[in-house]
Write a protein that binds this ligand. Sequence first.
Ligand code: HEM
Length: 350
Amino acid sequence: MATEVHYHDYLQLDKILNAQFPESDKQKLPAHDEMLFIVIHQVYELWFKQLHYESDSVVEIMKKPALNDNSPELQTVVHRLNRMVIILRVLVHQIDIMETMTPMDFLDFRDMLRPASGFQSWQFKELEAKLGLKFEQRHGKEYYTAQLRKEHVAVIKEAEGSMSLLDLLNVWLERMPFFNEEENWENFSVHNKVEGIHSFWTEYRYQYANSLAEAEKNNLQFFDEIFLNQQPITSSRQQSLSSASSRSALFIMLYRGYPMLQLPFQLLNALLEIDEQLSLWRYRHMNMVHRMIGTRIGTGGSTGKDYLKAAADKHYIFKEIAQLNSFLIERRKLPALPSDMEKRLGFVHL
Ligand code: HEM
């Protein structure tokens, strides 16, 4: 007969509640706030674990050769990404608790921790890599792994070498099933048609160009580079989204009112929200560090606040989606879609 499940055993509380060993106790120099410092870091690491769990499951779904956009799968992806957003919000707010520790409280035990630092949180760095942060985009390049154990560097390198969420997003967007031969675009009004480019995009480009102020005219060059570039993605292009994907993402943003595009829009939005919460965390962590240690170097030996500021500015993962907002036009100027395409974007597929 199976033994009864008990709360204490089920949650392995023996292990978790007996895993706090303040250095200040070991050195018999009591520092009250070290317990808080340990517990809060452990809680963060547990949430990081959950973030990995959710993001791995999303990657598994999106890795399928044909993620079925018409099945519950896409809804599951969006639901789990939104859960990650809520967890990240909690992580941002936990800094409030950490900040109840004053700089003098921290000094009571800070030197006992050297050279340990949050910098050695491999789970955090692995998560960035799984989401899509590439080695080349990291502030300090090799330095970011300099203080990690060999086995943890291997974990991060493996994540960097695998398909990230951003890579899978690119594949999914490239598959977006519009602008093929099924729609009847014959009566679609087109200005300045360009050979080889679908007439929707030449029309959109025309409307976009007309919406630009004199000082913004350069944007048209960026528009062509992002949306009409026929070159494949290479590392030298420093881009993760191809032109075809960027067009799909922009189309989703523009026509998100249609039922078929609502979930895809929520997916893009959740990714932007993940970036925003990660960045909020970085800024709040950085300000806390400034308040706690001023301009002194970190226990991990970095320049402290300056390092964190540079990482915060550089480590946006889904910035290519965020930048698409520069290419939106007013709703009333949007090209009207052919009626058979409108039907395909609706609830009823006639
Ligand atoms: C008194 C509180 C804290 C201070 C003074 C502090 C200080 C620092 C400093 C100075 C760095 C830069 C690396 C170094 O030289 O050490 C750093 C990095 C980091 N810390 Fe903290 N930290 C604190 C709390 C936390 C907490 C609660 C977490 C939660 C896990 C955390 C996670 C991290 C992470 C993940 C990094 C690496 C960031 C990156 O490389 O982009 N820190 N911290």
